[in-house]
Design a protein around this ligand. Structure first.
Ligand code: 1GP
Length: 244
């Protein structure tokens, strides 16, 4: 079954899913091994691997290390055309549709396209919608785009709808890694009620309660990263809460 089919099937069956975001700059060595082990035990659905800015050249080593330890699917979450690797299973081919930076709507895609094709990855065309999480994040700075204000649910909904109408297969609403405030449930619900493709939600989710709120509001797949770098113990509770 393809990665997209897995996500679609879970949505049809009413099963919520969890992806762990691994930033290879932040998590490596024994910390990475521990996170992978805990993810296997807890029943994590996917690893997203990447970041808005990677400075340690550790992407391939990270993919190799995770692959050696488990078969949880590895999906690249690239901040740029440099983050393409055949060692992953799939790639979120992200178009930053909340922004108006042509480089991140199509420019980097043109550069990456031949490498993506050659890598033989499953490509997941994804509309990436950046939401204000209360402070500037690496992604807002690096992308040079303004996030959608947290209380403008109708802008998020129509942006996501435009992405779906353009043929994108997934919508990823993100408050950015380490956001102070996760995306408000009202906004998640407004987007959920407007689109029919699977909805990924992440950014600033630190507790099982927040994860439950997001899935109840309509998220199909939750992404958590930052908190697990500091408190990996939260993982089990997160999976339990989402799967319930
Ligand atoms: C960021 O949605 C992801 O792109 C995860 O965010 O690191 O804040 O959990 P956190």
């Amino acid at each position: 079954m393809s990665l997209l089919e897995k996500i679609l099937k879970a949505r049809r069956d009413g099963r919520k899913q969890l992806a762990i975001l691994i930033d290879p700059d932040e998590t490596d060595g024994p910390n990475l091994d521990r996170l992978v082990k805990m993810s296997v035990e807890a029943g994590v659905d996917f690893f997203f691997v990447g970041g808005s800015l990677l400075v340690k050249d550790g992407l391939e080593a990270c993919l190799q290390a995770v692959r050696a330890q488990c078969d949880i699917p590895l999906i690249l979450f690239p901040g740029s055309a440099l983050q393409v690797s055949p060692l992953a299973d799939g790639l979120l081919f992200l178009s930053l549709i909340s922004g108006r930076n042509p480089e991140l709507l199509i420019g980097q895609h043109v550069i990456a396209a031949p490498y993506v094709k050659k890598a033989g990855l499953e490509v997941l065309p994804t509309g990436y919608v950046l939401i204000d999480g209360g402070r500037p994040t690496t992604v807002s700075y690096m992308s040079q785009t303004a996030p959608i204000p947290a209380d403008k649910a109708e802008i998020a909904a129509t942006t996501a709808l435009a992405g779906e109408l353009l043929g994108l297969k997934l919508i990823y609403m993100d408050a950015g890694s380490g956001a102070m405030q996760a995306i408000l449930p009202q906004m998640i619900t407004a987007v959920r009620e407007t689109i029919s493709v699977p909805l990924i939600v992440g950014g600033g989710i630190r507790t099982p309660e927040q994860a439950v709120m997001a899935v109840k509001a309509g998220a199909d797949l939750i992404v958590v990263g930052n908190v697990l770098e500091k408190e990996p113990g939260v993982l089990r509770g997160l999976v339990k809460a989402i799967k319930k």
